[in-house]
Design a protein around this ligand. Sequence first.
Ligand SMILES: N[C@@H](CCC(=O)N[C@@H](CS)C(=O)NCC(=O)O)C(=O)O
Length: 186
Amino acid sequence: LKGLTVTHKHVNLINKAGGDQLSSNFRDKNPLAQVPVLELDDGRQLRESIAICRWFEEQQPEPNLFGADAWERAQIEQWNRHAELELLLPIAQMFRNTHAFWAGRIKQAPEYGEILRETVLSRFDWIEQELAQRPYLAGPRFTVADITALCAVDFGRISKLRIKPETQPNLAAWHARVSERPSAKA
Ligand SMILES: N[C@@H](CCC(=O)N[C@@H](CS)C(=O)NCC(=O)O)C(=O)O
């Protein structure tokens, strides 16, 4: 999307040893043993997806994804926080607490996971109402908030969380709109 060149180093999260992220080499980069980590040519390292996105925005300001003026920046921050905290976090926690993949790897609380499923479904209904008023989460144009929300919604599929086009037509139309962007397909 930004036209920046980033070399990817694959970190296998699910190999027999439990995952490359658990190695001491990787923990030196991120003690939380999580991807992504951005490594700059000069050796500096940056964690957290949104921090990395902000860095990219500063390196290549166009197309603008974080806001062009104070009010738009605040609106986008609000919606990106909503996307992270109200969609991505419960979806990720639901996956961790209910999915067979995590059984034996972490302590699971399936009942809590099912409560989160209801939370996420109610959040989908809320976003449906919001998207009846504008084409993108934070306003009339595509921003980082849409990227975070798209990642969240697509991540939900692994836990069989799906948009219901019959009752959530605006959410379904938004999902199709952002998914068809070349950068979403890349
Ligand atoms: N808040 C972090 C979350 C990072 C995260 O949850 N990474 C997951 C993959 S999406 C991970 O590395 N999991 C490895 C594990 O749980 O063992 C960010 O946005 O970068």
